[in-house]
Design a protein around this ligand. Structure first.
Ligand code: DP6
Length: 382
């Protein structure tokens, strides 16, 4: 019997992946860049057990048994096995997989990226594979390839039709910009969203703006933001991040019928960030939105106290929920000068569900201690 347990990070893109040139191989039409977040706060965790005694393959996701033959799961397993030494005994054994997220998937927070990165990383440990695996994680979910590395990561779109050069590389490790923080404002929202997969497919089929983005915009932004990250130039980083999020959502609006992911609360957050930056006379806080209404805020640690005091004033919380999650948030009295100058008025309570405070972190890791395993020795759920 052989067992491995791993964790992998969520990543939040600052230059967005939106649109594929190959649906099957999950090849994007442009490069993208993200930061991998600390696995101490948010992560996917996966245990894989292989045994000659298992009669069949099994897979549980967040406690529910799943079919083993979904195309994306099968593609990842096939691709990993093609890179493995077939002489290893575990190569011929059946496997049990158990995967879970330590944050609610309903929050719509890049759970598939962390999940597939973790699955592929754990399979690579199980089958003792040493080389590149981000191209295999990509087969599970495009953005998952970026979660194979920690810190700041670029997914190169690549040119080959096989996808062999559509891989992720690290731009800078997690400790390169240690002051960087991320606040996720989880927006209360019950509307069912269309997935990123179907949304971006429709965009590629119907939007003309997406061609402009791929041909004339992204390459320059990749250069600008890489330089900003390497030089720790927050102003340039923030401006590029916000513009790119806005462009992704503009392209979603240019899709026919339009894909609307942001809601009124998301737009209220955008307005608040711009007012705040005007008050601070510079780009001190940056928002970015994925395929949902939640805002991911990038900011430096020195800005957190003041910005959170403003968020708390404008978006009062509902009592009785675990509202702050992650790193401990500083508790600062709101500066009344900001309220007066920006003419801030609070919205009704409960527009935000909760707030996660986190930072940039390392990539996937194997957890050795047996207590970490999510499966019993018989391959069934603990
Ligand atoms: C909006 O990776 O979820 O988060 O490749 O179809 O699985 P598939 O899509 P997915 O798309 C994520 C898109 C995004 C932007 C980003 O992370 O770059």
């Amino acid at each position: 019997m052989k067992v491995v347990t791993c964790v992998a990070p969520v990543n939040i893109a600052v230059i967005k992946y939106w649109g594929k040139r190959d649906e099957e191989l999950i090849l994007p039409i442009n490069d993208s860049i993200s930061a991998s977040l600390s696995t101490d706060i948010m992560c996917a965790k996966t245990t894989i057990m292989a045994s000659p005694l298992f009669k069949e393959n099994k897979f549980w996701l967040n406690g529910k048994e799943q079919t083993f033959d979904s195309p994306r799961l099968s593609n990842c397993i096939k691709a990993i096995r093609a890179r493995c030494d077939g002489a290893l005994p575990q190569f011929t054994w059946n496997i049990s997989i158990c995967s879970e997220n330590n944050f609610p998937t309903a929050a719509g927070l890049a759970s598939s990226a962390a999940g597939y990165a973790c699955l592929v990383y754990a399979l690579a440990q199980l089958y003792e594979i040493k080389g590149e695996i981000s191209d295999i994680a990509r087969l599970g979910s495009g953005s998952a390839c970026r979660s194979i590395y920690g810190g700041w990561v670029q997914w190169h779109k690549g040119d080959l039709p096989t996808g062999a050069d559509s891989i992720a590389t690290q731009i800078a490790p997690a400790d390169h910009w240690p002051e960087m923080r991320i606040i996720v404002l989880v927006v209360n929202d019950c509307r069912k969203k269309y997935s990123s997969t179907s949304g971006m497919k429709k965009t590629t089929e119907t939007s003309t703006l997406i061609q402009h983005r791929a041909k004339n915009v992204v390459d320059q932004r990749i250069k600008t933001i890489t330089k900003a990250i390497l030089n720790k130039d927050f102003e340039s980083f923030a401006e590029t991040t916000m513009k790119d999020s806005n462009q992704m959502h503009a392209i979603c609006m240019d899709t026919f019928p339009p894909c609307v992911y942001m809601n009124d609360t998301s737009h209220a957050i955008v307005n608040l960030v711009h007012s705040y930056n005007e008050y601070r006379k510079g780009q001190k806080v940056a928002y970015t939105f994925d395929a949902g209404p939640n805002a991911c805020i990038y900011l430096l640690q020195s800005e957190v106290e003041q910005f959170i005091s403003v968020v708390n004033y404008v978006f009062p919380q509902l009592a009785g929920v675990e509202y702050y999650r992650g790193l401990s948030l500083p508790n600062k009295q709101l500066d009344q000068k900001i309220v007066a100058e920006l003419r801030l008025t609070p919205y009704e309570a409960g527009m935000l569900k909760y707030i996660i405070y986190t930072k940039v972190g390392a990539g996937p890791q194997e957890l050795d201690h047996p207590s970490e395993h999510l499966l019993q020795d018989n391959g069934l759920l603990k």
